[in-house]
Design a protein around this ligand. Structure first.
Ligand code: LFR
Length: 471
């Protein structure tokens, strides 16, 4: 994406879009799900070629995943996808020496099986050959500039970052058996990563082009672009493959209630804290579409969403945060199995299945918004939905109903906008703080409002656990 920023002006243009996803390859463990990171880098270069004249480059991506470099700065193996099963059981093993409570007290992180800490432990012997660990945006930035570093918002998702001290948690790393040499110096959004290495600068015809650190965790960039009015009590849902549901805080929330609710305290741009829960997200829907396509029965998203809108409300609901929805696979079968287990009749048509997923997503948003509010003692008067989910009318409408407050939907390309705004500020634009950036979003981006209409959400929530089901 290229962005143009000026007084009262903020525009994005899509330059190049390419698919991303896991690549499963056989090995002695059975198989491993990797990322095609060189393919991604090739597309980045092609995109830079297509972009024409730009003032800077900022990179954001999903979190937690990384590449390991050897002493010569060469990539050691192909980065592994966080949905791979190599981390199965690892958290339990690590927590024998490093109790979950202690991990949370230092890092403030939600327990997820794929936290970088657990992935690094799963590497085992391979770590001995590694000199540096670079998270995906830092790895791409390294290839562009030759500069090694760890951008802070993404570092905060590793479970190796001390959220209060704002440094790497070297002690935790050592106790988990992770060499601290792997953790490069931290950099902040707005810092200059470097300029293009000479070969690239020549090839692309862009001498001196700077790479600027942004909120390199996509969710951190997306939260920058939440168009909240400064004085409102807002929650946000960054709704894409994942749904990140929570509040923006000034200080981490590390109490018992936050731990019990399994919330995370990720670091945001300008030192904010993203107090949120990872909800499984639209992944379950896209995997459903993929399952149908693989079977030779492809479905069009707009069509199944229209069918879902006409299907009966809250006929069946599932807890999308259940671990069985994490790995790739046959989601329709998994949804049906969970319905049976919780004493509900599985959806019988495509529309009903999609309705079940979207109802369940809205229910998960309701629960996370309520818990965020309870744990922090802060009321929520409006929910901002940003990211791809903001263009899903059914989801936004049901989210307003489920949460019982208005939903403001948009912008869709929140991560890209947040990236561009932080970059523009670093390059001299007059955007002193988050409030100024958000004002510019409100002035320039289309937003849509959904009023809550009610519904039987509390009763549906009780069905999630299958309470009262006789086995
Ligand atoms: C969203 C996201 C989430 C992170 C997940 C895995 O794209 O970055 O914030 O928990 O992907 O990296």
């Amino acid at each position: 994406m290229t962005g143009t920023v000026g007084p009262g002006r903020l525009e994005l243009a899509e330059v190049r879009r390419f698919p991303n996803g896991g690549v499963r390859v056989a090995d002695a463990t059975g198989s491993t799900l990797h990322w095609d990171v060189l393919g991604l880098y090739r597309e980045v270069l092609a995109g830079l070629g297509d972009a024409g004249a730009v003032a800077g480059i900022g990179i954001d991506s999903w979190a937690v995943d990384y590449g390991l470099l050897d002493a010569d700065g060469r990539l050691l193996g192909n980065p592994v996808h966080y949905r791979d099963s190599r981390t199965d059981g690892v958290a339990g093993r690590v927590q024998r020496g490093l109790p979950a409570r202690e991990l949370f007290a230092v890092t403030g992180l939600q327990e997820l099986p794929f936290n970088t800490l657990y992935q690094l432990v799963a590497e085992g012997e391979r770590l001995a050959a590694a000199e540096t660990m670079l998270l995906i945006p830092d790895l791409l930035g390294y290839w562009l500039t030759g500069r090694v570093g760890a951008e802070r918002t993404n570092a905060s998702t590793t479970q190796l970052y001390d959220v209060r001290a704002r440094t790497w948690a070297h002690d935790l790393a050592e106790r988990a058996g992770i060499p601290t040499r792997l953790l490069p110096a931290l950099r902040d959004p707005g810092d200059r990563v470097g300029t293009l290495v000479p070969d690239l600068a020549r090839e692309l015809g862009k001498p001196e082009l700077p790479v600027v650190a942004v909120g390199s965790h996509d969710t951190a960039s997306a939260v920058v672009a939440v168009p909240a009015e400064p004085s409102t009590n807002f929650a946000y849902v960054s709704s894409g493959t994942w749904s990140l549901v929570g509040l923006e805080l000034d200080e981490p929330e590390l109490g018992e209630a936050a731990l019990a609710a399994n919330f995370t305290n990720e670091t945001g741009v300008d030192g904010k804290i993203r107090f949120l829960r990872n909800v499984m997200g639209l992944w379950v829907l896209t995997e459903t579409l993929r399952t149908w396509a693989v079977r030779g029965e492809p479905a069009d998203l707009a069509t199944v969403l229209a069918e879902a809108a006409d299907a009966p409300a809250l006929a069946a609901v599932v807890d999308l945060d259940a671990p069985e929805f994490l790995p790739p696979g046959d989601m329709p079968a998994r949804v049906a199995a969970v319905c049976r287990k919780t004493g509900q009749r599985p959806p019988e048509s495509r529309g009903a299945l999609v309705r079940c997923i979207v109802d369940s997503l809205a229910l998960a948003y309701r629960r996370a918004v309520r818990q965020a509010s309870e744990v922090t003692g802060r009321p929520v008067d409006v929910v901002h939905v940003v990211g791809g989910g903001a263009r899903n009318e059914l989801l936004c409408r049901l989210t307003a109903d489920a949460c019982g407050v208005p939903v403001l939907a948009g912008p869709v390309e929140a991560a890209a906008l947040g990236n561009v705004l932080v970059q523009a500020r670093a390059l001299g634009a007059d955007l002193p703080d988050l409030a100024a950036m958000r004002r510019l979003i409100r002035e320039t981006q289309p937003l849509r409002r959904y009023e809550p209409r009610g519904g039987n959400w509390a009763a549906a929530e009780e069905r999630l656990s299958g309470a009262g089901v006789v086995a």
